[in-house]
Design a protein. Structure first.
Lengths: 478, 95
């Protein structure tokens, strides 16, 4: 039987506010345990939560960016469960009426574009952290993370492969960083994924029983966990078994998912509206103001790059995967509008490669867009060869000659010999030195020609334009 | 809606409240009393009235996103039963 995989994702994005969602404690990462957990965060009696303007603003920004409906009022609810890193015994979340409802996001899979619909996005607080290393058989609790604002973004079950799920997660990751609502740091847990996976016979409409996989903190794990889980479910069904609805944990070391809890002992969260918080109203003016403050979105830019610069879908997608990279590209291409493809190739190739090697961000790139444009100009006007350009780029990276391409080209004598008479003179020398190859070529051995080109390039120390050498050499051999 | 003794015990267990058989019986009586009060209220005709999520007809006030709290963990932890390396220690729980 042919099976179809159905995937929906729940993504928790930590909002980039300075203070917590309901208290004035700091959200800075990596502080000493419990030094950023105030009375509200640790649930001392008598404290009251007060909602953070910055958290609401970021949630609305997201909603506007995905074309969703902003609910006003929306309601905060208590989600009750017992766990030591949840001091109040409930998490403040949104249940019946979330702040963001609907919307969609476009994803790229190969050359195809697909729309993934969003169900909702709601504001909630994060829990603390439990450390299970041995404290004399006890667990250690750090409540610094308790009360950190999260936006939980829930998709419809619109994805049909792990590749699509990863494309969606990446598109969302790009969007939240692009709009500045979340730093997207997956190592620090600022962007976390849970996947709902089910399978059904291809061609049928009814959804199969799903399992939720938790603990997916990288795109690679997301992909592998979904692939494993789909295989597991298909095997069970093909052997005539049934899928049990349950929550499963992905174990990266073993590359498998395993049961965390089944539906029978699933939580009964007993949601109810939080009497400590009034309904949240968001005015039309505020929404309009936020809409106006949004930068040009990645999707829009991608299409613009394809339309205005003639870039391929793939190139435009890579360049708009982060706003900083897209900005770098635009500043470069502004100075070389007719050479967009050359700019794109260099930024995606040499520049990105060098940044990866040094493990730094494009915002820290020692070669500025203006300097890069200076180099690319000299490639496009034939002053230097592509090969020499790599040397010049390396020198620019090292900060030689103040990073000025022209100064480096002059200092290193890398200028191509474009003077025909100079090239002709060198070619004559080569022809005189290698009569055998000349004879071979004239007797029909095409290969001998390449060997002669190689000798000329060697004689010019790589500074001649190969195209020019080719045509002059051909003329001389006729 | 009628509440059973099992419902009471289940809610108690979800909230991690230990109750004895006697207490459970007592709770059942008290909670059933509350439920009958709710039933009386349910009987009121509320058609045409917009439901409220809060007893007060007001909207949430927002605070500016600034850090106003300082580190007071030593004070807070002075009443904690067990503390080590800045962490609160609790009986081991692994989900």
């Amino acid at each position: 039987m042919q099976w179809e995989i159905v995937i929906g994702l729940e993504i928790h994005a930590q909002l980039s506010t300075r203070s917590k969602i309901f208290s004035g404690a700091s959200t800075a990462y990596g502080a000493q345990p419990n030094t950023q957990a105030c009375g509200i965060d640790i649930a001392l009696p008598g404290v009251l939560p007060v909602l953070n303007y910055g958290a609401v603003e970021r949630a609305v920004k997201f909603g506007v960016a995905v074309g969703a409906k902003i609910n006003s009022p929306s309601i905060f609810a208590r989600k009750n469960y017992f766990y030591p890193d949840l001091p109040k015994g409930y998490q403040i979340s949104q249940y019946e009426i979330p702040v963001v409802e609907g919307g969609s996001i476009k994803i790229q899979v190969g050359d195809a574009e697909k729309t993934v619909r969003l169900t909702r996005a709601h504001l909630e607080e994060d829990a603390g952290k439990s450390l299970h290393e041995d404290f004399h058989g006890m667990s250690g609790i750090d409540l610094n993370r308790a009360g950190t604002p999260l936006l939980e973004i829930v998709s419809e079950p619109d994805m049909r492969s792990s590749t699509e799920a990863v494309a969606y997660a990446k598109a969302l990751h790009t969007l939240v960083r692009w709009t500045g609502i979340c730093d997207g740091n997956m190592q620090e847990g600022s962007f976390r994924c849970d996947a709902n996976v089910s399978v059904r016979p291809r061609g049928t409409e009814t959804l199969g029983t799903r399992c939720e996989i938790k603990n997916l903190n990288s795109f690679r794990f997301l992909e592998k966990a979904i692939d494993f889980e789909a295989r597991r479910q298909i095997e069970i069904l093909e052997e005539g078994g049934h899928i049990r609805q349950e929550t499963r944990l992905y174990d990266a070391q073993r590359d498998e998912t395993r049961t965390m809890r089944s539906k029978e002992d699933a939580h009964d969260y007993r949601y109810f509206p939080d009497p400590d918080l009034l309904p949240l109203a968001i005015s039309e003016e505020w929404i309009e103001q936020i809409k106006a403050s949004l930068p040009e979105l990645p999707e829009v830019r991608r299409h613009r790059y394809i339309r205005d610069f003639g870039l391929t879908n793939y190139d435009a997608g890579v360049l708009t995967s982060a706003r900083e990279m897209a900005d770098y590209f635009e500043m470069t291409v502004k100075q070389l509008p007719m050479q967009a493809k050359l700019c794109a190739n260099w930024i995606m190739g040499d520049v990105s490669g060098r940044l990866n090697k040094e493990n730094i961000e494009i915002t820290q790139c020692p070669v500025s867009p203006g300097q890069l444009a200076g180099l690319l100009l000299r490639i496009s006007d034939g002053t230097i060869s592509g090969k020499s350009a790599k040397d010049v780029f390396e020198s620019m990276w090292q900060g030689e000659q103040g990073g000025d391409a022209d100064a480096i080209i002059a200092a290193k004598g890398l200028k191509q010999i474009s003077d025909d008479s100079e090239i002709e003179r060198l070619i004559d020398e080569v022809l005189a030195t290698f009569p055998q190859q000349v004879a071979d070529y004239r007797s029909g051995k095409e290969k001998a020609f390449n060997s002669l080109v190689g000798q000329v390039m060697k004689a010019t120390k790589g500074k001649a334009n190969p195209g020019q050498v080719n045509s002059i050499l051909k003329k001389k051999l006729e | 809606m009628t509440l059973s003794l099992d419902d009471v015990k289940r809610v108690a267990s979800l909230a991690r409240i230990e109750i004895s058989e006697d207490e459970a019986q007592q709770m059942l009586t008290q909670l059933s009393g509350i439920f009958s009060l709710i039933e009386q209220m349910q009987a009121v005709d509320t058609s045409g009235i917009e439901p409220m999520s809060h007893a007060q007809d007001m909207m949430q006030r927002l605070r500016e996103d600034v850090v106003t709290e300082s580190d007071q963990h030593l004070l807070f932890q002075s009443v904690a039963p067990q503390v080590e390396a800045g962490l609160y220690l609790v009986p081991k729980v692994i989900e």
